[in-house]
Write a protein that binds this ligand. Structure first.
Ligand code: HEM
Length: 375
């Protein structure tokens, strides 16, 4: 299975071909943690993340070689499993720079880029505070769910006394492809998702749309991560006729081809009309509203996952899409999302219930720690 080195120019887990599984966690730094304590945590996280990405257990003695009278350094459930393409990606939330009380706990407020603030409230948002925000985030992706969970579990254990998990999300089934070597997967509405995404094979697109260029020096080569927990009203969708399902996206369900014709990777023709001169891809179709041609050329790298977290109190599936995108400026996300929130036909079938924004520092050099240029 794949092994992605932790120490790279950019953090792994962004243009890395999207793995099948996700465990994402947002953390709050605990009261009383100092600037030095935060730096120490980031150092400890870096060393552990590099070991796990290489398929090793963490600590000097790992899961089973340590002293008999101490808890093992590694929790052990990944013993014997390969690296499984594990990537661990760290991010810093706006509240790390200035918390809700306006306090600069770590002496970094002056280094906060202007764009790193809470996302605005969009029409239709029904955000739950318990699923939103966070001082820090860790995205763990792997082709084996046990490996992704092991990573978050051990990193949160290392953080004991210094940071606690605020919320976390498991994802299965990637909802996008980030490499032309990958087949396009499907989301829980049954549609191919990721057809028109930024791919690892387009380094120019990543340079232009994913990596931060005009920000502060500590963020150069980094990115901004937007996470949105989007609940799908599956039961309503499943009673919707196929014609309407396809009209909502502006693509067909079988192949993912645009309704203006062609095959999956044919460029959509938004001007093409059919019966009664109506556009074949309607005015409220998701792909029209999200398309760069309707958003001043904005593109983003989407890297989301399906989720099903059991059923809710009304017996409906608590299911949806855990949307993750990486972009060079969070205002790009805001512009596209505003367009969608106002007009998207999809809104009848979805609800945004969680939201977070993080600045993702660049990759880490050997011997250093993630985000070191910030301190
Ligand atoms: C395209 C599904 C939310 C941005 C697509 C496509 C599907 C889809 C099926 C067409 C295939 C493709 O190119 O990937 C969904 C579902 C969503 C969702 C089910 C929510 C549950 C969002 C959100 C954004 C977004 C929140 C950003 C604010 C885009 C973009 C494209 C796209 C940029 C590509 C448009 C193009 O260049 O043709 N989405 N999407 N989507 N979506 Fe979404």
């Amino acid at each position: 299975t794949a092994v992605y080195p932790f120490y790279q120019e950019h953090q792994a887990g962004i243009v890395t071909p999207a793995q099948d599984r996700l465990h994402f966690a947002a953390f709050d730094v605990s009261a009383g943690t100092t600037r030095a304590g935060l730096i120490e945590l980031l150092r400890d996280w870096t060393v552990a993340a590099a070991a796990m990405a290489a398929g090793r257990d963490i600590g000097d003695f790992g899961a089973v070689s340590g002293p008999y009278d101490a808890p093992p350094e590694d929790t052990g459930e990944a013993l014997g499993l390969p690296a499984s393409g594990l990537t661990i990606t760290f991010g810093f939330g706006p509240s790390l720079f200035e918390n809700a009380d306006g306090v600069d706990r770590f002496g970094i407020r002056a280094r906060r880029p202007e764009e790193l603030t809470e996302l605005p409230h969009f029409p239709g948002d029904m955000l739950e505070p318990a699923r939103s925000g966070g001082d820090l985030c860790i995205q763990a992706c792997a082709d084996d769910p046990q490996v992704a969970v092991h990573a978050i579990r051990n990193l949160s254990r290392i953080a004991f006394g210094r940071a606690v998990i605020r919320w976390s999300q498991l994802g299965f089934g990637r909802t996008s492809s980030t490499s032309t070597s990958q087949a396009t997967p499907r989301n829980l509405f049954g549609f191919k998702d990721g057809t028109s995404n930024i791919k690892a094979e387009e380094p120019d697109a990543a340079d232009g749309h994913v990596w931060v260029r005009d920000g502060p020096a500590w963020l150069a080569g980094g990115s901004y991560l937007v996470a949105r927990r989007i609940r799908m009203t599956i039961e309503t969708w499943d009673r919707t006729i196929l014609r309407e399902q396809e009209a909502v996206f502006g693509r067909n369900k079988g192949e993912g081809a645009p309704l203006s014709g062609g095959t999956e990777f044919t460029t959509p023709d938004f001007a093409l009309t059919g019966r009664a001169d109506l556009p074949l891809i309607g005015a409220a179709a998701h792909v029209r509203l999200a398309h760069p041609s309707r958003n001043e050329g904005i593109r983003m790298l989407r890297r989301g996952y399906n989720f099903v977290d059991g059923t809710d109190a009304l017996g409906r599936l608590d299911a949806g899409l855990f949307f993750i995108s990486f972009q060079s400026n969070p205002e790009h996300y805001t512009a596209v999302q505003l367009n969608l929130a106002r007009h998207d036909a999809l809104n009848e079938y979805i609800r945004h219930v969680g939201s977070a924004l993080f600045a993702v520092p660049p990759g880490t050099a050997h011997g250093s720690y993630v985000g070191s240029a910030l301190f």
